[in-house]
Design a protein around this ligand. Structure first.
Ligand code: GDP
Length: 410
């Protein structure tokens, strides 16, 4: 069976945010725009979300599933739940271990808050490539540039605005895409993607200044582009995007976008940026494990035909299917019904069903492959942090050991 989505077209991401920055709202918008949910409400305004949440609870799934799959621009995006609360630091680390990239959301009024610093440092520890979304641009006191300054000063990062907001607070109207050199003025109709328009004349000069700075900073990250830049040659949009992608994955630059998830503004461009700048499972260094028999290091091959290996990153007790183990597959292919070795516990386990969790339904799948995130039913002895692998090729993936409560979904 061939792949539905190639590894290159897979993104395993987390949405990382200080509590209240708008993670829930942004996730809802992402799921809405990716057409996986067709209703949307406001978190604190009106009953739509509540209705929707009640419905979801009846089905036993919420957008807070440990991992939710959606699709954008012919890519499969797996969103791995990443708690942003300090109390859940261990859980945050666990999810950072299995994702390949992150969206970090900031509140444009509050900027970088203490919890954001903690999570940012944890993401540094796991070398998680990031893009930033400065949310709540519609709020009184919203300041895109101050937030960027805080990202630089407090987080020691190298933020690169790839958009210029048009207006702010109640007058937040859209943004200038500095790479594409056009403006996007938000529409009120839900789900409709605004057509790009020319940059407003009064902002042309400012946009040019920021675009020049962007080109210079992106060019600096790439030898060939540096030469071109110094020789005054034109650097194409494709070259900028390719170099920025590399720099984002290397962590040397952090693209920054703006928006207002509550007002449905900017989230589509954020999804574009996930596809454009965050890594596929092939773009990050292959994971390293330990051979439990020899104690030697084993570097995994991220490919479908390699020996199977996966890490269980969350165990959930589900009222409909029982015990669900969320898995991140690093290498190889596994079909439902087959046996795997839990090398951490030294036990053989049989995989019952394999499920892909979407926002509003779960999909039974026959097999899982390198780079996939899915939930497996039937694993009795598998706990968070355990490695599952091909019995012929035993490996233990580095894992963080934490006491693991089994979370009951009421
Ligand atoms: P979380 O704690 O990060 O998941 O944040 P929520 O998505 O629950 O949002 C927290 C609060 O901020 C809620 O009252 C939202 O309605 C509000 N909120 C979220 N995004 C925006 C935004 O873009 N603008 C404004 N004005 N409020 C927002």
């Amino acid at each position: 069976m061939s792949r539905e989505y190639s590894l290159e077209r897979t993104r395993n991401i987390g949405i990382i945010a200080h509590i209240d920055a708008g993670k829930t709202t942004t996730t809802e918008r992402i799921l809405f725009y990716t057409k996986k949910i067709h209703r949307m409400g406001e978190v604190h305004e009106g009953a739509a979300t509540m209705d929707w949440m009640v419905q979801e609870q009846e089905r036993g799934i919420t957008i807070t599933a440990a991992a939710t799959t959606c699709f954008w621009l012919d890519h499969r995006i797996n969103i791995i739940d990443t708690p942003g609360h300090v109390d859940f630091t261990a859980e945050v680390e666990r999810s950072l271990r299995v994702l390949d990239g992150g969206i970090v959301i900031f509140d444009a009024v509050a900027g970088v808050e203490p919890q954001s610093e903690t999570v940012w440092r944890q993401a540094n520890k796991y070398n998680v490539p990031r893009i930033c979304f400065v949310n709540k641009m519609d709020r009184v006191g919203a300041d895109f540039w101050r937030t960027i300054q805080m990202i630089r000063d407090r987080l020691g990062a190298n933020p690169l605005p790839i958009q210029l907001p048009i207006g702010a607070e109640s007058d937040f109207k859209g943004f200038i895409d500095l790479i594409e050199q056009h403006a996007v003025i938000f529409l009120d109709e839900l789900g409709t993607r605004p057509e790009p328009t020319p940059i407003p004349a009064e902002l042309e000069e400012e946009a040019k200044r920021h675009r020049d700075a962007l080109i210079e900073r992106v060019a600096e990250t790439d030898e060939e582009l540096t030469l071109k830049y110094l020789e005054g040659e034109e650097i194409t949009k494709d070259e900028i995007r390719a170099a920025l992608r590399k720099a984002t994955i290397a962590g040397t630059l952090v693209p920054v976008l703006c928006g207002s998830s509550l007002r449905n503004k900017g989230v589509q461009a954020l999804l574009d940026a996930v596809v454009a700048y965050l890594p596929s499972p092939l773009d990050i260094p292959p994971p390293v494990g330990i051979d439990p028999n020899t104690g030697e290091q084993v570097t995994l091959t991220v490919a479908d035909d390699a020996p199977f290996s996966a890490l269980a990153f969350k165990i959930v007790s589900d009222p409909f299917v029982g015990r669900l183990a969320y898995l991140r597959v690093y290498s190889g292919t596994l079909t439902k019904g087959s046996s795997v070795e839990n090398t951490t516990k030294g036990k053989t386990e049989r995989i019952g069903r394999l499920l892909r969790m979407h926002a509003n339904h779960r999909e039974d799948i026959d097999e899982i492959r390198a780079g996939d995130i899915c939930a497996a039913v039937g694993l009795r002895n598998t706990f968070t942090g355990d490695t599952l692998c091909d019995p012929q090729h035993p490996v233990i993936l580095e894992s963080i050991s934490f006491p693991e409560p089994v979370i009951e979904i009421a």
